[in-house]
Design a protein around this ligand. Structure first.
Ligand code: SF4
Length: 465
């Protein structure tokens, strides 16, 4: 990019941020339209009959909502995090918009300390992922009401109790907050705070004191990265120090993410995204799961009766749709959870060992470089979850008769691209901890192994099973 076109791009980006700031009413209207669409997508499929073999996405409410939520909405919201940061949260998310609207009339109670626990993003993601598999949330509309509708109800309740015009739910408890915070670190756009301008700024004598309502409670003055920012644009131009800017997609991981070790983020990347999510998408196709289930079922019939191999539990605990011939027994459910947790633990051990090796290769073992190197795995972790979610997209489109023969090639390219991105990030990060090229190269062996372990889960699912 030439100097001139670079400065034009910078100016246009800055103006885009200010445009958002100046059109907050239009954004609110857009949010209400999305809220209406969201509520319709939640409720109408529950009232509609289940699709038959002859039903189509465009003519059947259940299939349409399934495709909208799981085929388009969720996979591409993840993609949007990497492209434009958390703009989804700040500009479009119906849950955040509702929570914020309610928070304007809140009881204004103090936010309890337990709510600020840093482990919630991990715990909420893990529980939602496993529960989603138990009730087959990607297949049936009633579980969608519980998972998505329940989350929205909780967001509104938290907003009403503690809101004070803020998005308390989004900040502390939203089940995808942690994932979005990680992926948005890769975005080439962010609101940058110029500290010198902030300090130098003086109010015009007699002029109004500027105020900005940052709904997700970001401490704007000290904000360095984009992972907590919802990109709403309200602070654009604040004290002539905040501006929407273009940055290198590697910038935040390399230069910001290592300043403060975040063990919960490491846990979410390795155990949650690379392990648990992979296991959740994998179990139904896994020959290990099928074989274990068969052996245990045979043993139970011989020794303990049939209670655990009969689908007795209601649909909101375990999938139970006799008319669709789709039922999970307590054995299925317990084995599924065991399988998903086992994959998560094995992945964590393998990736954790590789990360520890890379950290040690850079010098004395310390937590800070380990957590920083773990951040370099975000492209692989995010890519895997996108591929897992987009399986529904592919399944539904194939059901409509599209052959999609290119899908395997696209999956391979995405995995390869994200693996190379991880390695590039790790190479840059390693320079912060060692000047020795030899040490950095040895560390890269560990990172390459971690990336391979992560990719291996998806390779098994897409190409082996
Ligand atoms: S820091 Fe807060 S106010 Fe500024 S863009 Fe981000 S979310 Fe909006």
């Amino acid at each position: 990019m030439s100097l001139r076109s670079g400065s034009h791009a910078r100016a246009a980006t800055k103006r885009a941020g200010e445009w958002l700031r100046d059109h907050q009413n239009a954004i609110r209207w857009l949010q209400w339209i999305i809220v209406v669409a969201y509520v319709l997508l939640l409720i109408v499929p529950v009232l509609a009959p289940m699709p038959t073999r002859l039903s189509h996405i465009w003519s059947d409410a259940v299939l349409f909502a399934q495709f909208a939520f799981w085929g388009i909405w969720w996979p591409f919201v993840l993609v949007s995090m990497v492209l434009v940061g958390r703009s989804w949260c700040g500009l479009f998310c119906p849950e955040g918009a509702l929570a914020e609207a309610v928070s304007r009339h809140s009881l204004a109670r103090a936010i309890p300390r337990w709510m600020k626990w840093k482990g919630w993003p991990f715990v909420a993601f893990a529980c939602t992922t496993i529960y989603g598999q138990m009730v087959s949330v990607y297949q049936y509309p009633k579980p969608v009401i519980i998972v998505l509708g329940g989350s929205t109800l909780a967001a509104v309740t938290v907003g009403f109790l503690y809101g004070r015009d803020k998005r308390v739910w989004c900040r502390y408890l939203c089940p995808v907050n942690g994932v979005f915070a990680l992926l948005s670190k890769l975005a080439p756009l962010h609101y940058r705070v110029d500290k010198a301008n902030w300090v130098a700024w003086r109010r015009v004598p007699g002029g109004p004191t500027p105020f900005v309502n940052c709904a997700p409670l970001v401490p704007i003055r000290t904000m360095q990265g984009g992972s907590a920012c919802h990109m709403c644009g309200r602070c654009a131009g604040f004290k002539q120090a905040v501006a929407l800017e273009i940055r290198s997609p590697s910038h935040e991981i390399v230069n910001v993410a290592g300043d403060e070790p975040k063990p919960w983020e490491t846990f979410l990347i390795v155990f949650g995204l690379m392990g648990l999510a992979a296991g959740a998408f994998q179990w139904a196709s896994s020959p290990l799961y099928v074989t274990a289930r068969q052996h245990i079922a045979e043993w139970l019939v011989e020794h303990a009766g049939t209670a655990l191999i009969e689908p007795r539990l209601p649909w909101w605990i375990l999938t139970n749709y006799p008319d669709q011939n789709d039922m999970m027994t307590p054995l299925d459910g317990a084995l599924m959870i065991a399988y998903v947790l086992a994959i998560a633990c094995l992945t964590t051990m393998a990736v954790g060992t590789a990360l520890a090796f890379a950290t040690r290769a850079l010098g004395a073992f310390q937590a800070a470089p380990l957590h920083h190197l773990a951040q370099c795995l975000i492209p692989m972790a995010g890519c895997g979850v996108f591929l897992g979610l987009s399986m529904t997209t592919v399944t539904l489109l194939r059901r409509e008769g599209l052959s999609l023969g290119f899908v395997d090639a696209v999956r391979a390219c995405l995995l390869l691209g994200s693996a190379l991105w991880c390695l590039w990030l790790a190479w840059k990060v390693s320079a912060r901890y060692s000047r020795s090229i030899g040490r950095r190269l040895v560390a890269m062996v560990g990172i390459a192994a971690a990336v391979l372990f992560g990719a291996g889960n998806w390779w098994l699912l897409f190409w082996v099973w």
